[in-house]
Design a protein around this ligand. Structure first.
Ligand code: RNT
Ligand code: ZN
Length: 420
């Protein structure tokens, strides 16, 4: 009996269909964020300017992608090293300009500025999600959609509408829905005098953006909340209650998006997933790892990642109800490794969840057999998961653990360090 057969027999003894678990996971799209490759700089503004909007990358590890070509080359390596189904996730700031399609400001962006990304996705059979970029731009005053300045607000509303049109284009070209996430870092460093005004303006701006015609089967606008950002510690217009309420009163138009780096430290998104699924047909996630003030460390195979994936699986999230995306950026380590580590860890956590006899465990809960429930859940933790994971990687045609990192090291030597 090889390692896979042995592992399989252990799970089968618990009534788990191992083959089906792998097949289900293989088909579940997980969005790969383009912004891990270049420290969220994008191609439409001066790369020497700092990030704004309450987010920050730290570290200056060599090898950052500086051009669309470099970023695409790095993503290609990531795709070769990750099992499962990826889709791209782009920010508007990653528009590609050249002689035929010269630079356009964010309120004037058009589908043609993303044609090269569409070609990239088509060649690799990927769908694509999209994000308007309401940060790191001279028109952040520093507020955007919640600004009291009519001209500023108009600019950002027009940007949002342009992004709806681009999202529709991406969905139609690639034949997969495009999750379009609205996040602004609008907020204040210190105690505001008016907490309502910015939120009302934000709401009205969102209403205008979503008045742009789109097909909800193709474009899924989301609103992402945040508790605080760097430099905006006292107040965030797009708070949890704001974002949830907005999505709740706009069914068929807007979906709530939870980023697990955006809550108070003892709150957990794993518990919020079923809470929202009791009311919302769909929700979206940014999967990340918060540490103290930072919401964007590389995703590890830690307890909360596993718990989030359990909830996704057992609440039917993989049947189209939960849209999964990665969101982190670490500039202090090799960026390809950062991407691959996080992507593989979410795949591992999902596979673990799919290898759990969820129906059996639910039955124990519903029949008050809590002692057995605890024992069974604890025993799951030492099952030979690695044997199934290795087999899953082999079936997906990607390297097993232990074999991909040397490939990144070689790429770093040959390609990334040559970038100067
Ligand atoms: C920031 C939000 C947001 C961004 C990306 C780049 O705190 O999480 O989702 O990380 O849009
Ligand atoms: Zn996020």
């Amino acid at each position: 009996m090889n390692a896979y057969e042995y592992a399989k027999s252990r799970y089968e003894a618990l009534g788990v269909d191992v083959e089906r678990a792998m097949e289900t996971l293989k088909k579940a799209p997980l969005a790969l964020h383009c912004w891990q490759g270049d420290d969220v700089r994008g191609f439409d503004t001066d790369p020497s300017k700092p990030l704004t909007g309450g987010i920050q990358t730290t570290g200056n590890y060599p090898g950052r992608a500086r051009t669309p070509e470099e970023l695409m080359a790095d993503i290609d390596l990531v795709l070769k090293l990750c099992p499962g189904t990826a889709k791209m996730n782009l920010h508007a700031s990653y528009a590609i300009f050249d002689e035929d399609t010269p630079w356009a400001d964010r309120d004037k962006l058009e589908p043609k500025h993303f044609k090269k990304w569409v070609d990239f996705c088509k060649e690799r059979g990927l769908g694509c999600d999209f994000n308007p970029t309401f940060f790191s731009h001279p028109k952040c005053d520093p507020l955007t959609l919640s600004s009291p300045n009519e001209e500023t607000r108009r600019f950002w509303i027009d940007h949002g509408k342009a992004c709806i049109r681009i999202s529709q284009y991406l969905a139609e070209e690639l034949g997969q829905p495009c999750i379009m996430n609205i996040w602004t870092g609008d907020g204040f460093k210190d105690i505001p005098a008016d907490r309502l005004g910015p939120r009302v303006r934000y709401k009205e701006a969102m209403d205008e953006i979503l008045s742009e015609p789109f097909d909800f089967n193709k474009v899924k606008p989301c609103v992402e909340s945040k508790v605080f950002g760097i430099g905006v510690e006292a107040y965030t217009a797009g708070s949890a209650e704001y974002a949830l309420a907005y999505a709740a009163v706009n069914p068929g138009k807007c979906i709530p998006l939870m980023d697990n780096g955006h809550y108070h430290p003892t709150e957990v998104v794993s518990d919020k997933i079923p809470a929202l699924l009791a009311f919302f047909p769909e929700l979206a996630l940014h999967i990340t790892r918060p540490i103290r003030w930072d919401s964007d460390h590389v995703v590890l195979l830690d307890d909360e990642t596993k718990e989030i994936c359990k909830e996704i699986v057992r609440c039917g999230g993989l049947e189209g109800r939960v849209h999964m995306a990665l969101d982190y950026f670490d500039a202090s380590i090799n960026r390809v490794s950062a991407w691959v580590t996080g992507f593989r860890n979410v795949q591992k956590a999902l596979l673990m969840a799919l290898l759990t006899p969820n129906e059996e465990l639910k039955k124990l809960q519903d029949t008050d057999q809590f002692t057995e429930l605890m024992v069974r859940q604890e025993e799951m933790k030492t099952l030979p998961f690695g044997g199934i994971w290795d087999e899953y990687c082999r079936r997906c045609g990607v390297p097993e653990d232990g074999k991909w990192f040397p490939m990144v090291q070689k790429y770093e030597q040959d390609v990334q360090l040559a970038r100067g």
